[in-house]
Design a protein around this ligand. Structure first.
Ligand SMILES: [Zn+2]
Length: 399
């Protein structure tokens, strides 16, 4: 058949969470996968065959929670500068971050907001999809209640306005709506919860307005009450969800609301705070508690999408995906299940059709990682190749 490309792989993970397959063969035509078969004997030496017999093919990854405007630096002065920099400076930083994401096999990211909507502006003005084939979904500026947490990633709701009204009148052409509905986690007092910023009624009106414009609603929420009201309102995803408790997890499973646990943020804090300090100890306890919740979520059948919160202190764009995958595995996920959180589940959450699973009739878009699956997720650090719609990008040369 003309124009057919054949690719052999030693190991294959398709993104659905099913078992790892050995020795498979992909047939690609017109940028799409036409079949996936076992690469048996007798069909060797075919014209146009590319052999990845000692590598693992897996789907391209999706990071469902990033902040493209901020790096993971732990230097407080540099962080402050980034938060106040103008767009011309931030443009270069965002380019660097998405190149890093791509070099780890991440082909889609969901941005959780920045105070000047620079990620939105970058996507609209600066992203050259032909050079860097990455899908950027942006929230623009998040919404929060004046006087509460949220100033780093958004703007406050003006007095005498309802949240739904403000969103309805907002001219920013964003992909999804980000609402901040709790505070940050305390690093001094383990398990300290904050009150919700908005009520279930406010949030339910937001969900309705968002649906009218075909947008989804992501809600930053830690603690039982802030999460409970967001679930009652029917939001699309809970971001972070530290200390939300088992009851909320059950509701998430029932209502099929996605959870993005961002556990690696607490791992990074535990490693960057002064050794032996209260902050280092509480971050570690927060992380352990979150891992217990993730384990419970797996048992209950909650859909978890991998998100790193890259841009948080010590959480680096691209590399953090490895950390978060490892934490999912520590919490009890098998490698294919963890990959599903970082591919199929993320792609669905972002509403992207051609990325997330490798199957017949899908675009031939996948990554090739050196070695067998036991080398994952660390092997994401030095990928062999990314195949984007049937064309190979050499990760070292072109990114
Ligand atoms: Zn965030």
């Amino acid at each position: 058949m003309s124009g057919m490309k054949i690719i052999n792989a030693g190991w294959f993970i398709d993104g659905t969470g099913g078992p790892v397959r050995k020795n498979i063969r992909l047939h690609i035509q017109n940028k799409r996968i036409v079949s996936i078969t076992d690469s048996g004997s007798g069909d060797t030496a075919e014209y146009g065959t590319t052999d990845f017999g000692s590598s693992t093919i897996l789907p391209c990854l999706v990071d469902s929670h990033v902040h493209l405007c901020i790096s993971g630096t732990d230097d407080p002065v540099a962080r402050e500068k980034q938060l106040d920099a103008d767009f011309d400076k931030i443009k270069g930083l965002i380019s660097d971050h998405i190149k890093r994401q791509l070099s780890y096999g991440v082909l889609a990211v969901r941005d959780g907001g920045d105070r000047f909507a620079y990620a939105l502006r970058y996507r609209n003005e600066s992203l050259d999809i032909n050079k860097i084939p990455i899908c950027i979904r942006v929230a623009g500026r998040a919404w929060y209640r004046a006087g509460r947490y949220g100033g780093l990633i958004g703007r406050p709701l003006q007095e005498n306005h309802s949240l739904a009204e403000a969103i309805n009148n907002d001219p920013e052409e964003k992909d999804h709506i980000k609402i901040v509905n709790s505070g940050l986690n305390s690093l001094k007092e383990f398990g300290k919860e904050t009150l919700p910023q908005f009520g279930a009624g406010d949030l339910s009106d937001v969900v309705k307005i968002a649906a009218k414009y075909g947008r989804r609603v992501m809600v930053h929420a830690n603690g039982k009450k802030p999460v409970a009201v967001a679930l009652e309102a029917g939001c699309d995803s809970i971001e972070h969800g530290f200390f939300m408790g088992a009851e909320n997890l059950k509701i998430m499973a029932e209502k099929e609301i996605v959870w993005v646990p961002t556990a690696c943020t607490m791992k990074a804090y535990s490693e960057h705070m002064k050794p032996g300090s209260r902050e280092a100890e509480v971050s570690r306890m927060n992380l352990d508690h979150q891992l217990e919740q993730i384990s419970k979520a797996r048992e209950l059948g909650v859909t978890v999408a991998l998100g790193t919160d890259s841009g948080s202190m010590g959480v680096h764009h691209g590399a953090a995906v490895i950390e978060e995958l490892k934490l999912l595995i520590t919490a009890g996920y098998s490698l294919p299940e963890a990959i599903r959180c970082a591919s199929c589940n993320g792609a669905r959450l972002l509403g992207i059709k051609d990325v997330g699973v490798i199957s017949k009739d899908m675009a031939a878009t996948f990554i090739v990682a050196k070695g067998d699956p036991s080398k994952l997720p660390d092997s994401l650090r030095s990928l062999d190749f990314i195949c984007f719609k049937g064309n190979f990008i050499n990760c070292k040369d072109e990114i």
